[in-house]
Structures are given as structure tokens and as C-alpha cells.
Design a protein around this ligand. Structure first.
Ligand code: NDP
Length: 259
């Protein structure tokens, strides 16, 4: 297994939950990235306090405001990241930000379906487009042939709840808008993998496990996985995947999941 070694990474929704976990784990690596772009929609707000504290101790964390449902915000973030990177590219884009509305099928509305799809599916699409030049630059600047996450990669945080074959945890909640948005995110990942392969960019979609976060732990049942275990598992998988894995749907242990 190779070692995940990135000079630059960007995480969306980095102020809490799994996103914050990624930032913490990148800091603990033997060779931490030179730039950790930790993006969140309200950097000065209460919900970003922990991230702010972390950034005050680690100068390689750069907090960038980013609302993934807003194309103008995405473009502004891409420009800022480009300025920080100077001439170099972005190795790893982790589209982690996401939302869920706990609705039953009969209660779903145009507004909820639209909001969830815009955040969970269109956000990662626009992020991929806006950061493509920087990802391409990273791929071109990395030695060796073949795809890898140390070179250039897009990681989309999906969910097993979006699996059409398994319809994971249906009995715990129908969450139709969420399931549809993640099934579509999986298709987006496959499309990105096909289109971006020629640019040297690996693309995967992940189920992080059922994780103890605000989203994962909303109900009466305590999720089985801690953020630490989930993120550690995903980073291990990211360090080991290569060209043959682009366009796949994996869980935090590296198992291939059914679409
Ligand atoms: P949390 O609810 O704990 O955190 C969600 C993060 O996404 C927050 O940082 C939130 O920011 C951010 N976010 C939401 N909407 C937007 C937006 N429009 N623009 C920018 N940021 C936004 O979720 P988790 O950490 O649990 O989930 C992370 C990812 O993992 C999600 O994509 C989720 O679907 C996926 N996942 C999680 C599972 C779990 O068990 N936890 C299971 C399967 C998948 P803010 O603080 O501003 O609200």
C-alpha cells in the first residue's frame, strides 16, 4: 500500500462532523499537507469555533468561506485557493458538505427536493468544474504515470442510503430527497471519472459508514462508528487506490458497494 502524500487538500463542510475529522487527521499525518483548505459557509460563526481554534495553532490550515449551493461563492473560493497555491495545483478535493431532510415519501416537497439536490449533487458538480484547472495542474506536476490520490483526485462523500440495489437503512428513515441526491452524486462521480481520467484525475464516491455526527446521530440510535474511525479508514483507502478504482463506490473500509 502506498502512502497518501498530498501537498494540498480542500475539504468542504470542514467546520464539524466528518469534514472537521479530515482536517484533524491531515494535521496528524507524518508529513502533513502544506495547504489544508478548510472551507465552511460561516467561518466566523459559533459552529466554526473548533476549526478556528485549530487554525490558530496550525498555519497550514487556511479557512475559506464556501457555500456549496452558491456558484458565486464557489468561484470566489477557487480564485482564493489559486492565489494561495501560487503556481502549484490542488491534489485532493473532498466534497464532504451535505445535508439531509428527514421526510417521508408522502411529505417530500419541491423545495426540499431542490435544496437537498442543489447541496448534495449540484454542489460537487460545480466544485469539480471550478477546481478542475487546479486539479489538472497538480496532475501535470506529479511524476509517474497512472492515477492516485497523492497526484490528483476528487472524493465525493456519498452514502449507502443512495444505493438503489440495497436501499440501506430504509426502516430507519425514508429520507427520499437525501437518497435521490446521493444516487445522483454516485452517477456524477462515474461521469467525472470518465471525463477527468484523461486529465490524470482519480474520482471516487464514498460511504463513510454510519458515523456519530450531527447528521448521523440525529435519531434515537447511536451510530456504530466514531468520526476518527471513519476518517482513518477512508484515508487508508485513499492511500491504496489507483487507476483501476476510479469511478467506484467504496465504503470506509475499501469494500465496493452496489450502486
Ligand atoms: P454534519 O451534518 O455533521 O455536517 C455537515 C457539514 O456540511 C457541515 O459542515 C455543514 O455546514 C456543511 N454544509 C451543509 N450544507 C452546506 C452548504 N450548502 N454549503 C457548505 N457547507 C454545507 O454531517 P456529517 O459530517 O455526518 O456528513 C458529512 C458527509 O458525509 C455528508 O455529505 C453526508 O451526507 C455524508 N454521510 C454521513 C453519514 C453519517 O452517518 N454521518 C452517513 C453517510 C454519508 P454548517 O455547519 O454551516 O451547517
Amino acid at each position: 500500500m502506498g502512502e497518501l502524500c498530498v501537498r494540498s487538500v480542500l475539504v468542504t463542510g470542514a467546520n464539524r462532523g466528518i469534514g472537521l475529522g479530515f482536517v484533524q487527521h491531515f494535521l496528524r499525518m507524518p508529513k502533513p499537507p502544506q495547504w489544508i483548505f478548510a472551507t465552511c459557509r460561516d467561518p466566523k460563526g459559533q459552529r466554526a469555533q473548533e476549526l478556528q481554534n485549530l487554525a490558530s495553532k496550525h498555519p497550514n490550515i487556511i479557512i475559506i468561506p464556501l457555500e456549496v449551493a452558491n456558484p458565486t461563492s464557489i468561484k470566489a473560493a477557487a480564485a482564493k485557493v489559486g492565489e494561495h497555491l501560487g503556481g502549484s495545483g490542488l491534489n485532493l478535493l473532498i466534497n464532504n458538505a451535505g445535508m439531509a431532510k428527514p421526510k417521508m415519501l408522502d411529505d417530500e416537497t419541491l423545495e426540499d427536493m431542490t435544496e437537498v439536490y442543489t447541496t448534495n449533487t449540484i454542489g460537487p458538480l460545480l466544485m469539480g468544474q471550478a477546481f478542475l484547472p487546479l486539479l489538472k495542474k497538480a496532475a501535470q506536476g506529479s511524476p509517474g504515470s497512472g492515477l492516485s490520490c497523492s497526484k490528483a483526485a476528487i472524493v465525493n462523500m456519498s452514502s449507502y442510503a443512495g444505493s438503489i440495489e440495497d436501499v440501506y437503512v430504509w426502516e430507519f428513515g425514508q429520507v427520499v430527497s437525501y437518497r435521490c441526491s446521493k444516487a445522483a452524486l454516485n452517477m456524477l462521480t462515474k461521469c467525472q471519472s470518465l471525463a477527468y481520467k484523461e486529465h490524470g484525475i482519480l474520482c471516487v464516491t464514498f460511504h463513510p459508514g454510519w458515523v456519530q455526527t450531527d447528521m448521523g446521530g440525529g435519531g434515537s440510535f447511536k451510530p456504530p462508528l466514531t468520526v476518527d474511525d471513519s476518517v482513518q479508514g477512508m484515508l487508508k483507502v485513499l492511500s491504496s487506490i489507483s487507476e483501476k478504482d476510479t469511478g467506484t463506490f467504496l465504503d470506509w473500509e475499501g469494500k465496493i458497494l452496489p450502486w
